[in-house]
Design a binder for this molecule. Structure first.
Ligand code: SAM
Ligand code: SF4
Length: 327
């Protein structure tokens, strides 16, 4: 069992399998991103080895993320292999949906039970403005394909930005209700240098909640993912509303997760720089997992108590982008 220095049990890893993406969302990436050279990125075999060792140490939930996980060549192989690890009871993924029409059935077959799809707008022009390169129609077709193959739950993730897409709360909720999907609104986090000041577009989830409670019948739930999300049930519907509030709601005391970047960095907190480099250990000891296990245990001893995002600071809290850490 993995337990950190603050006695929190870590049973959930989020693994980024690529820093690359076919979108360039304004809050997530710079327009002219440079991506990592191939040999600095873990091979899929190395990714599997890391997941297997974590699983043997007590992790039961894995989220595959990125960048865009479905643009990584042969990503499906990794999903299939992780799906067969006996300790893993929950295999989930976060995607921008652009490749879902092609992969939804195979992901389900590999053992993925739930997926999160990012969807910030239902207006083609706003969608294009936010993602810079994305095609809304393709994503909606991907969501429809995912719905058709019957995942346990599909959740939309929406980063709300004032003056950009905050007038679409109703349209997005109605879309979610119509298709029996969950929807989470996410506060933008100060990760990586982007071309706008995040404080200018910041909307507190308290404001979003007050709006939703006025307009929709909602019942609070005690569903907990051990993360920053709180959930409400839309009465008379299977859909849930989630609010992911790193600024207005502190969640660190319940933290049950660590993140592994595609470069093999074990990041211990989304909002802090503390990390352990696993890739040199993986490559120096291809046949012996003991040094890898020791490095992971070291991570538990240095996992910070929490983050301190503060939007009033003009510089990002950490300089790496979410696509580097893995969202
Ligand atoms: N490409 C996939 C996607 O977009 O769903 C998976 C990776 S993406 C980094 C994971 C999630 O992080 C997305 O829902 C995205 O909206 C969110 N995200 C990225 N940068 C963010 C930021 N600065 N603040 C809040 N959420 C962010
Ligand atoms: Fe790509 Fe996801 Fe980041 Fe958008 S949020 S640029 S889709 S990794």
């Amino acid at each position: 069992m993995l337990v950190d220095q603050f006695n929190r049990r870590i049973d959930y890893i989020r693994l980024s399998i690529t820093d690359r993406c076919d979108f360039r969302c304004t809050y997530c990436m710079a327009e002219d991103m440079t991506f990592l050279p191939r040999d600095e990125v873990m091979s899929l075999e190395e990714c599997l080895r890391v997941v297997r060792v974590f699983a043997e140490m007590g992790v039961s939930k894995v989220r595959i993320t990125g960048g865009e996980p479905l643009v990584r060549k042969n990503a499906l192989w990794l999903f299939e292999q992780i799906g067969q690890l006996p300790q893993i009871s929950s295999l989930v993924t976060t995607t921008n949906g652009s490749q879902l029409a092609k992969y939804a059935a195979a992901l389900k077959q590999a053992g993925v039970s739930r997926i999160n799809v990012s969807l910030d707008s239902l207006r083609p022009d706003t969608f294009k403005q936010i993602t810079r390169t994305g095609d809304l129609d393709k994503v909606l077709k991907g969501i429809a394909a995912a719905k058709a193959v019957g995942f346990d739950r599909i959740k939309l993730n929406t980063v709300l930005m004032r003056g950009v897409n905050d007038d679409e709360i109703d349209a997005l909720i109605e879309y979610a209700l119509r298709h029996e999907l969950d929807i989470s609104f996410i506060e933008e986090m100060p990760l990586g240098e982007v071309d706008h000041q995040r404080v200018d577009t910041y909307i507190s989830n308290e404001e979003v909640l007050a709006y939703c409670q006025q307009h929709y019948p909602l019942t609070p739930t005690n569903i907990s993912s051990g993360g920053p999300a709180r959930y409400w049930q839309f009465d008379g519907s299977p859909s849930r509303l989630g609010l992911i509030s790193p600024h207005s709601h502190n969640f660190c005391e319940l933290c049950n997760r660590v993140r592994i970047s595609c470069r093999g960095e074990l990041f211990l907190c989304l909002g802090q720089d503390d990390k352990v480099d696993l890739l040199p250990i993986l490559r120096a000891h291809p046949k012996d997992d003991a040094p890898l296990r020791e490095a992971i245990q070291h991570g538990m001893r240095i996992k910070p108590e929490g983050h301190d995002f503060d939007l009033r600071r003009r510089e990002p809290a950490v300089v790496r982008f979410m696509s580097h850490t893995g969202g």
